[in-house]
Design a binder for this molecule. Structure first.
Ligand SMILES: [Fe+2]
Ligand SMILES: [Fe+2]
Length: 199
């Protein structure tokens, strides 16, 4: 983050309601309802979109478990024990996914469509915000799992659930905006052209 131009608040992940209009000129030609049947919809884009859907489902399931815990349907010990595998899978998957995007994909997209460079600054900043949110979830999860006694478990569990709800909201915002920025580029230029840029 150091050395980069700071984005205005209304473009940050916790304030934004979608991509700014200035970055939607390609999206206007490639709205979501034509993506799946477009002739340039390729294997890589299909795989990438399905990975996003897996993240959405995993985060939604975790949040539903959290809600059940908040409502007293799962006791704290069971909740603490059951949440770990799904949570670790989501965090590990997201970290790997963002690394690929930051180092392998985004540089190519920036070259192909320089007028959308601001969009990649937003997505890059989102990745930092998501990682801070992930660390917060991991920290609150650790506090929760190390708590003793029902009152402490309930208190630290609430904090964990709040942190997780924030991560889910961030993730949903990021995935939607990222797709709205990137899929139109891939459909407009084709995967072969885009992926052939740089290395
Ligand atoms: Fe991303
Ligand atoms: Fe992504």
């Amino acid at each position: 983050m150091a050395g980069k131009t700071k984005l205005p608040d209304d473009l940050l992940i916790d304030k934004r309601k979608g991509l700014p209009e200035a970055l939607k000129f390609l999206f206007a030609d490639y709205p979501r309802d034509i993506w799946r049947k477009h002739k340039n919809m390729g294997e890589l884009t299909t795989f990438w979109l399905s990975r996003h859907d897996q993240f959405r489902r995993a985060a939604t399931t975790l949040n539903a478990n959290n809600q059940a815990f908040l409502e007293g349907q799962i006791d704290p010990k069971t909740f603490s024990h059951n949440m770990v595998p799904g949570f670790n899978a989501l965090l590990g998957g997201l970290t790997e996914h963002h690394t690929m995007e930051d180092h392998h994909y985004f540089p190519k997209f920036r070259v192909v469509e320089p007028k959308l460079a601001r969009g990649f600054e937003i997505l890059d900043e989102d990745h930092h915000a998501l990682h801070a949110a992930i660390e917060n979830v991991a920290q609150t999860a650790n506090n929760f799992m190390q708590s003793e006694g029902r009152d402490n478990l309930l208190r630290t569990g609430d904090k964990f659930v709040d942190a997780n709800a924030k991560l889910l909201a961030f993730l949903m915002r990021h995935l939607e905006d990222e797709e709205d920025l990137i899929v139109p580029i891939l459909l407009d230029r084709s995967e072969a052209t885009v992926m052939g840029q740089g290395h």
